[in-house]
Ligand binder design. Structure first.
Ligand code: IMP
Length: 427
């Protein structure tokens, strides 16, 4: 019953695509359990580079069944264009399964995301503008539209009416926008029904049966631990649970089934959008990390904010996710620095603090306490085993492991599929 969760240990964009793809060959099912097309994975296969936003990265592994779980929010137009883009490049997508209980990002959810961000002004979250938050809000308010609703026109119409009633009041009276017509939305959504039909299934049943048959199931989190609606830097977070527990609710699998939880950890830190980030750099080091690391959002095209590694966050990720392993990515980006600062604790109002403060105010005041680790200048991208790494790179990895509270079982030393050092097998 090997059920693995793979999730971001920081603020997302840690390089999960590479990790899932590395495991892809031996995995039977790759499941997304939360988020939507706000995620962005870049997967490099041979000389081909794929940018995926909604589809699980397992879609690129021929033996693997990709699954969009009930906890995901699905924009049908994005999904269909992502599928046809892959088909044009010869990727077979016919195995995809989509939960009938997943919620649909409707056109009005996207509109509401954009207008509310604009009205927040200086206090905006910096969302991806894809309608993620408003769709989850509708789900919780029990006025959401689910994939299964596409197959009953009368129910769909009633539900869209219920959802639009209040929203049209808000759009016209508060935000000075035009009302959205029910028929137009229903017409658009019904247009997707036939195209999605071959993929829609009872994914909870499929996944639990797969686990009973000892299949390998990989749950792939979007975003990252610090963007979790409950455990992240609220309110500067996404509207779902990327943390490990989200895999259970977002896929319908019990916690007793999960055997391994792997946190993807970048060798430095990045963040997109607004919110606190203690180790953020505003100098040429930050610019160099951004340039060398290619730190530009796959989904939004926005430059990522960059900073040094933060061990306080890594320890926190270990705790809230019950991490069993780390996959350390992008170690090669740090090649060339004489000394590499690592944040080992925070100073908050003159006091040294070792663990992430629960108070938002304290976290906003946290200043990083750095320890300097010696750097290396050798090219590490060809390293195949840990011992191939220069001594200082080995020491950097070991120091991070000790500070972060879980073993580092794999290390990314370059963007390509094979540029990975495996220390302990994940399976
Ligand atoms: P939303 O998920 O579009 O609502 O955006 C909420 C916050 O999460 C914003 O700060 C986004 O930049 C951030 N975010 C959402 N998805 C990702 C991701 O895949 N990587 C990094 N940040 C993300």
């Amino acid at each position: 019953m090997p059920a693995l969760v793979l999730l971001g240990a920081q603020w997302g964009d840690e390089g999960k695509g590479k990790a899932t793809d590395l495991l892809g060959g031996s995995v039977d099912y790759v499941v997304r359990y939360q988020g939507g097309n706000n995620a962005g994975h870049t997967v490099v296969v041979g000389d081909q580079k794929y940018a995926l936003h909604l589809l699980p990265s397992g879609i690129l592994s021929p033996g693997c069944t990709p699954v969009i779980g009930n906890g995901v929010v699905v924009d049908p137009s994005v999904l269909l264009s992502e599928l046809s883009g892959l088909n044009e490049r010869g990727v077979d997508t016919s195995k995809l399964l989509i939960s009938g209980n997943a919620h649909i990002i409707t056109p009005y959810n996207v509109t509401v995301d954009k207008v509310t961000e604009r009205f927040l002004g200086k206090r905006k979250i910096g969302t991806t503008g894809r309608g993620i938050g408003p769709t989850y809000a509708d789900k919780i308010n029990r006025v959401g539209i689910r994939v299964q609703d596409l197959y009953d026109e009368s129910i769909l119409t009633q539900k869209v009416e219920a959802a639009l009633d209040a929203k049209n009041q808000m759009l016209t009276k508060l935000y000075n926008r035009r009302a959205i017509a029910v028929e137009q939305v229903v017409g658009e959504l019904l247009g997707y029904a036939d195209k999605l039909a071959p993929y829609v299934s009872d994914t909870v049943l499929v996944l639990n049966q797969a686990l009973e048959q000892d299949k390998v199931v990989l749950f792939e989190g979007g975003q990252g631990t610090l963007l979790d609606i409950d455990h992240g830097t609220y309110p500067f977070v996404t509207s779902s649970n990327p943390t490990a527990g989200g895999a259970c609710t977002g896929a319908g699998v019990g916690p007793t089934k999960i055997s391994r939880v792997i946190g993807i950890l970048k060798a430095y830190t990045t963040r997109v959008g607004a919110g606190p980030f203690p180790t953020e750099l505003f100098d040429e080091d930050g610019e160099a990390l951004r340039r060398i690391g290619g730190e530009r959002g796959v989904t939004t095209g926005r430059d990522r904010r960059c900073g040094w590694f933060d061990a306080v966050i890594a320890r926190y990720a270990t705790r809230v996710n019950g991490l069993t392993d780390f996959f350390l990515t992008k170690l090669d980006v740090l090649t060339g620095w004489e000394q590499i600062p690592v944040c080992v604790a925070y100073e908050i109002d003159g006091k040294r603090v070792e663990e992430l403060p629960y108070s938002q105010t304290d976290f906003h005041h946290a200043k990083p306490v750095y320890e300097m680790l010696p750097g290396w200048s050798e090219d590490i991208s060809k390293a195949k085993s840990f011992s191939d790494l220069p001594k200082n790179a080995q020491a950097y990895v070991k120091a991070l492991e000790e500070m972060s509270g879980a073993p580092i079982s794999a290390i990314g030393v370059g963007p390509g599929r094979t540029e990975t050092i495996e220390i302990n097998s994940f399976l």
